[in-house]
Write a protein that binds this ligand. Structure first.
Ligand SMILES: NC(=O)c1ccc[n+]([C@@H]2O[C@H](COP(=O)([O-])OP(=O)(O)OC[C@H]3O[C@@H](n4cnc5c(N)ncnc54)[C@H](OP(=O)(O)O)[C@@H]3O)[C@@H](O)[C@H]2O)c1
Length: 324
């Protein structure tokens, strides 16, 4: 039986998509949560939560980490980037590998013995498996945190994560809305097994109470796998108008990535293209230890994309009435 214990938990990346869902759950469960962020003022919704401290800090600075890890029982590192400025992997090294190194050092310094580390499915430190900087640096970070003596680490390796506020279905929804008639889609045959953010959060929370999860790495996938084309068509089905989606062949997909690499905000990049060359699907089922049946996109996505559509309509009415 799992025994609840109130804990002091410091979350890095607690302001992001997964972070916000996780922090709400930790607060509801009665934990004290400390979030370190670069932009405290942007996260008012977190500031109002009871038992949450939102602290402006530079997590790449060892002194800040040493200071704010003091008195914590558990560190949860959710920091991750999908794109960097440039294309040489330096940004990925900093955000994934160098940060992970500093986190374990600050854990040692403060005698924190439990670390929950967010990685990604297909992450690999093996140079033979290197596909993209994203997956390689995620793999290097994972290897690095798991060899530290005296630190109990659990890593999570999810496929794409969905849920309210996600940057997958919501982003494609936005893109489809902006695309006139036909959307050209790179890497249409890449496969994903989208996993619900609520299930990822439940898995993370479970690890706070179950010592059997120490020193384990968990691949996390939803119940079904789909091609990217199927997922984008599914997203398009929530639009009030029709959109055609055309899968691009490999050469044009690569070309699209090359061009998008230079678009501000990098909606798609060469590194993303390389990551998509490996299917993001699990070999087995959702890990039994978490005792949950993972939710499907069909159950959850309509709840937030349909609402988006309704809100969009409402905004159109307001605009029509000149009440912006
Ligand atoms: N979402 C997915 O589909 C998915 C799939 C597989 C794995 N993952 C992994 O899960 C984790 C959470 O994902 P997410 O979707 O919640 O990400 P997210 O919404 O982009 O949030 C990431 C958080 O990390 C912090 N951060 C980002 N870049 C940083 C930098 N250069 N220096 C310092 N802090 C930085 C940000 O915090 P502040 O801005 O507050 O500083 C941000 O809130 C990541 O590690 C990601 O790689 C996500």
């Amino acid at each position: 039986m799992l025994v609840f214990e109130q804990k002091n938990i410091c979350v890095l990346g607690g302001t992001g998509f997964v972070g916000q869902h996780l922090v709400s759950r930790l607060v509801r469960d009665g934990h004290h949560v400390r979030i370190l962020t670069r932009h405290r003022e942007r996260h008012r919704s977190l500031l109002v939560l009871p038992t949450v401290e939102v602290i402006k800090a530079n997590i790449h600075n060892e002194n800040d980490l040493n200071k704010y890890f003091a008195g914590q029982d558990v560190i949860i590192n959710l920091v991750g980037i999908l794109n960097e400025s440039g294309n040489k992997g330096k940004g990925f090294q900093k955000a994934h590998v160098q940060l992970a190194q500093k986190v374990v050092q600050a854990c040692e310094h403060n005698k924190v013995t439990r670390l929950l580390h967010m990685s990604a499915l297909n992450a690999s430190a093996d140079p033979k498996n290197v596909v993209s900087h994203y997956l390689h640096t995620k793999g290097q970070a994972e290897e690095l945190v798991h060899v530290i003596k005296g630190l109990d680490v659990t890593s999570f390796r999810p496929s794409v994560i969905f849920g309210p506020g996600d940057s997958f279905f919501n982003r494609f929804y936005q893109l489809l809305k902006l695309t006139p008639f036909v959307m050209p889609l790179a890497c249409p045959n890449a496969r994903f097994a989208p996993v619900y953010v609520g299930d990822v959060v439940s898995a993370i929370v479970h690890c706070l109470y179950d010592a059997r999860t120490c020193d384990q790495r968990y691949d996390l996938c939803g119940p079904k796998s789909y091609t990217l084309l199927q997922l984008v068509k599914f997203t398009a089905s929530f639009l009030p108008y029709k959109r055609r989606i055309i899968g691009l062949p490999p050469v044009l997909s690569k070309l699209q990535a090359l061009i998008m690499d230079f678009v501000p905000g990098k909606p798609f990049s060469r590194d993303n293209y390389r990551s998509l060359q490996v299917d993001s699907v699990c070999k087995g089922k959702f890990p039994e230890i978490f005792q949950l049946t993972p939710s499907s996109i069909e159950e959850i996505v309509p709840q937030y994309l349909v609402n988006r559509c309704e809100r969009g309509k409402f905004q159109d009415y307001r605009n029509h009435a000149r009440r912006k």
